[in-house]
Design a protein around this ligand. Sequence first.
Ligand code: MRU
Length: 351
Amino acid sequence: MLVQGKNYKTIWMDGTSVFMIEQNKLPFSFEIFECKTYQETCLAIKNMTVRGAGAIGAAAGYAMAQAYLAAAAEKESFITKAKAEIEATRPTARNLFYATERVLRAGKISVENAFTEAEKIADKDIRDTRAIGAFGNELIKDKARILTHCNAGWLAFVDYGTALSPIYTAFNQGKEVFVYVSETRPRGQGARLTAWELHQAGIRHTIIADNAAASLMAQGKIDLVIVGADRIAANGDTANKIGTLDRAILSNFFNIPFYVAAPSSTFDTECNSGNEIIIEERSQNEVLFQEGMDENGKWHKIRVSSPGSSACNPAFDITPAQLITGIITEKGIIIPDKAAIVELFKGIKNE
Ligand code: MRU
């Protein structure tokens, strides 16, 4: 995607270093962060320098390749430990495990093969999200008003994104679109990242407080909801950013189509239902404090809650399949049930 006239991916590898857009600094400053070792890449995933399902997957694949490079004599135990460390960074994101498993198998042949496999995963992410854009575009009518939650744009993938990819395609085809962007507390991925992406692309949008969605829906101001996914179970139950479930329940109540956009690499067919998905718990400080920049460019972290109170901070929630109208995948739009997901996986090989 273009940033200040230059084409960027969210994450890439050059030599043995992983480079990524520093997402914690956006939208205030645009910086590139370098990770020279698998441990540095792990930390970047954990502290959300890189975040979002596909971007985490690409980072994890690259981290595994870096681990293979670092492994010396005790190769097998070193790689087992490194893989466990990488997988512990963000437990809900299916793409992370998809990538570590693929690169683990590839690296058994050679270190070069591990690097090639990690690159293949990143390339597939680009192809898949582009295809999601083409399929999802069919759902978007001219003058559509679309609500999205969190950031499932190109910053959350290697390029294009999932929930935003159909919006980019529709816009590029000349459709008039308007996007309502949920702020997405506590990390503000909507207000900071989705809004920044849409602004870069010149797409009309407005940020809404998370709790404004019901009121806007009640007023008939939203035609369609599209969100991303972090892990989709075999029955279609979907883990996504906390607050997604609220939007799904509301969409159901107000009879608004509610779509999830995700590539097959986000599906976990070994997970029978949403009950089996592990939900990441993050630091209470993300709720108790907020960070940002003042108009003089100075960074501040301020408490926005009563001192002495604690907070609980689940990062994701589970939307039951019956609340989802359809899942936009790289192979087409499917209904969220077991049979359709089995069908989706027929013929999908490691590409
Ligand atoms: O915690 P994050 O920012 O890594 O969360 C991931 C997400 O961006 C969302 O849950 C998103 O909607 C799905 S991933 C593109």
